[in-house]
Design a protein around this ligand. Sequence first.
Ligand SMILES: [Zn+2]
Length: 435
Amino acid sequence: MTKPSQELRTRLASEIDAIDIVDTHEHVPDEAAAYAHPLGLFGFFDHYVSSDLVSAGMPREALEQMRSPDSGLSIDERWALLADFWPYVRHTGYGRAMREYMADLFDVDDIGEDTYAILCERIDAAHRPGWYETVLKDKARIAAALVTTWPGQSVAVDPAYFRAVPILDHYATAATRADLEALEAESDRSIQTLAQLLGALEARLAGIVEQGVAGIKVFLAYRRPLLFERVDEAAAARCFDRIWLSQALDLAFEDLKPLQDFVMWHLVGLAADRGLAIQVHTGLQEGNGNYLENSRPTLLANLFMAFGDARFDLFHAGYPYTGEAAALAKNFANVALDLCWVQAISPLVAARTLDEWIDTVPANKIFAVGGDSNYAEGAYGHCKVARRVACEVLAGKVESGGLSEDEAAWYARRILRENAEAFFRLDLGNATDRA
Ligand SMILES: [Zn+2]
């Protein structure tokens, strides 16, 4: 006989599986660009598992050889490099997610000695136009995914699947004359003064708003602390002038900081005025070797206070500062919380965090799904984990009497779709919803 708790989970899971989700964060390229290198399994090590491999001791040179299309290695040689370290990472959140989506999509039992060759064959065979429809729509049921676009990259993405969220940090982080010249080329404007830099930024923002972006992304926690202090215009202009005169990378962070802080304040103000949401990377940085403290979400509090009309989306639950992120969202009406990527880092942390947030944060301020993958397959896999985490946590709330079963289903719709749809003001008219 089935236990009542299993029946509840089955019912809730079928409600949750039926939701066409809004995925708040991916790096998946348009399909036309996705199949450049037929590397099979070894084309999936741009990120995440690769970081755990290096953390486990894999030399970076070996990683590069294993994953680079230019290394000229056979798949047997690539596997030989991976095999030494794969046993140590196959059980982390990253490794488990990859094993699960590979098994689901390519019909293998596991990733290992016996399967890597057949996996490579099946992956390369699947990578044909139409695969995104299968993976992102039929399997993942993603109504729309917000994808980050990098400085200089077009914000024109395939509206059947994606909405762009561009990074504009490079308007704040120019450090040499050459960086300013690159901005001149991007903006097709002369940038010889601070006022001209701000004008170029405003023009760029107006252009991307016209192209229908869903927000902007701040990625600076990868390279500096998230504390942006209020700087007066004269100090920022002096800083700009030093950069304009700088032919080499001779200015230290302290020299560059006044301009970075000033431009970031300006950018947040512009985004608020234009109704654009601001996604901020907080918490763990992908890759190996960074200053975790730079990403602490509490460093942003002065911006939250100064820009009451801005809408901030704190990425990655601020992990490991998940409790601090919750306290911020509780405190500030303009701060929402995003579990994107955390399901892949650790389903356990995602579940524990969501459990705490439901207890502490209003229901309309939580986004519980964002795969943060470079690959359609990863987006599918990580979204699947997110649905499972939501189901498990919400079922637990029903069992403990915190939510009724109807409320749990409502909560799931909020955190897997409706909150993001409202927060990012998405028009999902171009996105195919499946009945
Ligand atoms: Zn990301």
